[in-house]
Design a protein around this ligand. Structure first.
Ligand code: CO
Length: 182
């Protein structure tokens, strides 16, 4: 079992674009297992590789926190091929400390990707699972849910985070640049 430390906003790795996994091999399998271990250790329902500092297109999701593993998804090179409808969800993220906000996303998505068994999969999802898939795939494109809220709300959150970091209430690295415009 390998639990990694999770990159936290405003770490610059979180705003970078991840590259496709070129080969589905043992290394990719290890990455997915590391993501699962880290997600469960943090009580998360989803995790993307950039969150553990690896800029590769791999995500894991398990929205069923009652019976872990039963509905676990491990997807390589996931891609949204269709989306429809709209839903507002209160989102949080293991990389965004002490904050949640309402985000508007597609209610239904069709996602294509690959399993570690070299099987191409197509997944239809709605509501929570659809939101999760969009949130995790966003990570692969260097986007966080705080990039999808108003700049006013984001600015207020940054101010609070900065104050909490200075007061030693949260442990984040402020040496990097704040991504996006202030
Ligand atoms: Co997240």
């Amino acid at each position: 079992m390998a639990v990694f430390s999770i990159q936290r906003y405003p770490s610059s790795v979180l705003s970078q674009h991840s590259t496709e996994v070129a080969q589905i091999n043992g290394k990719a399998a290890k990455l997915l297992n590391d993501l699962v271990d880290t997600m469960y250790a943090s009580n998360g329902i989803g995790l993307a590789a950039p969150q553990i500092g690896i800029l590769q297109r791999a995500i894991v999701i398990d929205t069923d926190s009652e019976s872990r593993g039963k509905h676990l998804l491990k997807i390589i090179n996931p891609e949204i091929v269709e989306s429809s409808g709209s839903v507002v969800w209160e989102e949080g993220c293991l990389s965004v400390v002490n904050y949640t906000a309402e985000v508007t996303r597609a209610r239904h998505v069709l996602v294509r990707g690959w399993t570690i068994e070299h099987k191409e999969i197509q997944l239809e999802a709605s509501d929570l699972l659809a939101v999760c898939l969009q949130h995790e795939i966003d990570h692969l494109d260097g986007r966080l849910f705080v990039d999808r809220i108003s700049s006013l709300k984001r600015g207020l959150y940054r101010k609070r985070l900065l104050r909490q970091a200075r007061d030693g209430e949260v442990d984040i690295d402020l040496s990097g640049k704040w991504p996006g415009a202030l």
